[in-house]
Design a protein around this ligand. Structure first.
Ligand code: ACO
Ligand code: ZN
Length: 199
């Protein structure tokens, strides 16, 4: 069920151009950006990885969560809880992404629909701008989609240009602003991407 995938030269191939090899039954996705030099692997998070995921979060984001929070996401949504590791050292974690699926009233009827909610994504600073977040998003969104979601949603700090750029590259739109969403009083953009052809 996993595919090996190589992410080639940044200038020639952007995220929509991941190229698949013919080896279809491997444990994880391996990708590479910039001339075969740095390889990363995207794989599912395990319980053994959670402390390191928590470490990355604590280094890279001001919102910290208790261990049981990560564990409950892994208990409930393991398919879309992914981590990025250097291929040489698959126990080291340089990025993660986690989602949950929420049931909410649809905007135009009383019907309940599923939203894929991006809980958190981060990449260690020294590994940024190499396509790791792009690969994490792309692969996890395909998993979330299988949960019959009608849209993907997320909140992001209005000052977080890097992340906003990333989400815009995935065609997320800003649906509204959540005032004072963060503990320090900063506003959040609530960004949404509709799932098309959701059967
Ligand atoms: N400046 C401008 N655009 C950027 C930047 C930047 N520094 N970083 C990423 N982007 C945008 C660009 O459009 C980029 O495409 P390009 O490199 O072809 O121009 C695109 O995002 C994809 O970049 P990636 O290399 O895939 O992203 P990266 O692996 O560097 O991770 C991330 C991006 C996750 C936002 C990283 O900067 C990070 O960990 N930041 C701190 C944590 C964070 O802010 N997380 C998001 C919080 S919101 C939430 O979790 C719901
Ligand atoms: Zn949220």
């Amino acid at each position: 069920m996993y595919l090996i995938l190589y992410l080639y030269n940044k200038l020639n191939y952007h995220f929509q151009n991941f190229s698949m090899t013919t080896e279809k039954e491997t444990k994880s996705s391996i990708f590479n950006r910039r001339n075969n030099r740095s390889y990363f692997l995207i794989r599912k998070c395990t319980y053994n990885d959670l402390e390191k995921v928590k470490d990355v979060n604590e280094r890279e984001l001001p919102e910290d969560y208790p261990y049981f929070f990560y564990k409950s996401i892994l208990d409930n949504y393991p398919e879309s809880f992914l981590i990025a590791c250097p291929r040489e050292n698959p126990r080291e974690i340089v990025g993660y992404i986690m989602w949950r699926v929420e049931r909410t009233p649809s905007s135009n009827s009383l019907r309940l629909v599923n939203n894929g909610h991006l809980v958190s994504i981060a990449v260690s600073e020294e590994y940024r701008r190499q396509g790791i977040a792009t690969a994490l998003l792309k692969k996890s969104m395909a998993e979330v989609r299988l949960k019959n979601v009608t849209k993907y949603v997320l909140e992001v700090r209005v000052s977080n240009y890097n992340a906003i750029n990333l989400y815009e590259a995935f065609n997320f739109d800003t649906a509204n602003i959540k005032k004072k969403y963060y503990r320090d009083g900063e506003n959040a953009y609530y960004m949404v991407k509709k799932v098309i052809n959701n059967n």
